[in-house]
Design a protein around this ligand. Structure first.
Ligand code: SAM
Length: 259
């Protein structure tokens, strides 16, 4: 039997309309879809009715399937001649362990391709109408994880992260939001720096709160978010749609833009 293949496909942050054309084509041709917890039902529904769908995000006992088992499963399925779509939330190569799966497929001699996806940072920012960079406001953007392996202490370069010129997007930071905000302030980021928390971004259940960095943890606690949350921290977060009309006025003044 001819060997099959694996496409490591980014499913985007939730809204199926944010899939790429290439991702949609791969999903529609799949014999098997191996998917994670954060892949939305709307995206999964695009797979053919006859395709097997394997959830590796959670076992009945609520523990995720170990990464080594997922790697081995992908290899086994491809070797059985199937076209496998490995569907991961957001982009498969951003905090998604997609690169570990790719390395295993390469080692096993399984043909594979990477189909990038809209990462949560971009999806959440677009939903809130926040530009991650903006001339004169933010000259760059950094994506960091707010969660450490094995729930260990956060080991981030706080000094470099506390840069008022750079937008910071924190993934997986909900449990540590208090520490993250406190460390950034302690390392020099002004405590009034705008911060935005987006829960279940780009889905019908999306919720957002915006607060100064010093009040972010309290605002998030009060919001009692369910589902994944991303934080956008930096002056651009002050432009969130929630801030109401005129949010851009200050920048327009600052840049002396004439209508
Ligand atoms: C394991 S990481 C996966 C990131 C994914 N590969 C990506 O590119 O977006 C999971 C984290 O992504 C973020 N995330 C995923 N989907 C999200 C959504 N719809 N809204 C807000 N944050 C989301 C959250 O920070 C969550 O804790």
């Amino acid at each position: 039997m001819a060997i099959g293949s694996v496409a490591l496909v980014g499913a985007g942050p939730g809204d199926p309309e944010l899939l790429t054309v290439k991702a949609l084509r791969a999903i529609k041709w799949a014999d098997v879809v191996v998917y994670d917890r954060l892949v939305s039902d709307d995206v999964l529904a695009l797979a053919p009715g006859g395709a097997a769908k394997i959830n590796v995000g959670k076992r009945p006992g609520r523990h995720p399937v170990p990464q080594e088992e997922i790697n081995a499963l992908l290899v086994r399925l491809a070797r059985s001649g199937r076209h496998v779509v490995r569907l991961k939330g957001g982009d498969p190569f951003i905090f998604g362990r997609g690169s570990e799966e790719a390395a295993e497929l390469a080692r096993a001699g399984v043909p594979y391709e990477i189909v990038p996806g809209i990462t949560s940072a971009q999806g959440c920012a677009a939903s809130a109408r926040v530009p991650l960079t903006h001339r004169g406001i933010a000259t760059g953007v950094r994506y960091v994880t707010g969660h450490c392996k094995g729930d260990g202490p956060l080991d981030l370069d706080w000094r470099s992260l506390a840069d008022p010129q750079t937008t910071l997007v924190v993934y997986m930071g909900l449990a540590n939001v208090e520490e993250i905000a406190a460390k950034l302030i302690a390392h020099g980021l002004p405590d009034e720096t705008p911060a935005l928390a987006v829960s279940q971004g780009t889905t019908p259940s999306e919720r957002r709160v915006c607060a100064p960095l010093s009040g972010l943890a309290a605002a998030v606690r009060e919001a009692q978010f369910e589902g994944p949350v991303s934080f956008i921290i930096g002056r651009v977060a002050g432009l969130a749609a929630d801030q109401g009309r005129g949010a851009y006025d200050e920048i327009i003044d600052e840049l002396a833009v004439v209508a």
